[in-house]
Design a protein around this ligand. Sequence first.
Ligand SMILES: [Zn+2]
Length: 393
Amino acid sequence: MTATADLTLNRARLADGRLVSIDIFGGRIAAVRPAGDPVQRGRELDLNGQLVLPGLTDGHVHLDKTLMAMPWRPHRSAPSIRARIDDEKKHRRDNPASLEERGAQMLLETALRLGTTSLRTHVDIDEVTKLDTLKELLELRERWADRVQIQIVAFPQSGVVTCPVAAEYLQEALRMGADFIGGLDPVGIDGDQKGQLDIIFGLAERYGRGLDIHLHDGGEIGLAEIDDIVARTSAAGLEGRTTISHAFALADAAPARLDATATALREAKVSILSSIPGGDRCPPIPKLRELGVDVFFGSDNIRDCWNPSSVIGMIDRAMLATYRFGLRRDEDIAALLDHVTTIPARLAGLGDGAIREGARADLIAFEATHLPQVVVERQVPNVVIARGAIIYC
Ligand SMILES: [Zn+2]
């Protein structure tokens, strides 16, 4: 390079063990050079052999649902998803508060501290929130643009067919700047698989957007919905732009059915998002990986009305997968980091997921020599750099 770097990270250890210097210019990686290769430099930071990873991606957040900044609210177990929707609506009506008052900003700060530099958030669009929360979220995204890349999914939390205003608001949400159109259990919530999918795929095609559909429906009903979503994705030419979040039904599929569904998902380039839930509803991530299905990880519920299990950092999320699937070999544990870096980068443009010339300078450094060590020790990064700026050091 000829220009002086804005920042050079010296003695940075890459995942393959090499020690390098990383030059950053204009918020991007300008060069990755062997350590000790002298060039004209600006500001320098000696990482002293710390392991450097690209910034992490949280593929599924609800920045509008967290109550992190509000007084503790005991979790109220509800017997169904519809009951939880009603519980949250009541809470919102009884406790009006801005996104910031509820804790969206606090969640972003905490996630960034833990190394998350890109995320996809869903935002409720229904007769309670209307488009007000989306407006706040678009402003929040603007304020955070130099630190965290945020994709927004217009999420019909109260259903599409059963919430008559939803379709109209969803359309307006896409016009306002939402990146993806969401969906929710076409059978379980709307009782009308065709009705909901006709509307959301219609909007996706009309506005040229991808889809990210919450699917909790289990068993053969859920698997049939997956088949339908896959077929519609191919028919609409939306390969690579559709995500099914949760996809609990995959946990219920017999081996032959799982193989067939995985083949269809892979061929239509429909990705699966998992928060690695407990209980018996977690899709078989290692098997899906083996079958070539793109899976990325997300945090989903962070101190909200939905689930008391709150895990914000994506290194901790990788540990949940390690624990959940009983992984023991270094290469299997290290591979989990693909699901929060390279895979979401490739399939959703979330982060660049790589340390290479031209990539966004979103970098995090750990006191470790090997990738699985970061997960096993559930490390918090010592250094967080976003768009070339040192956020924590
Ligand atoms: Zn969700």
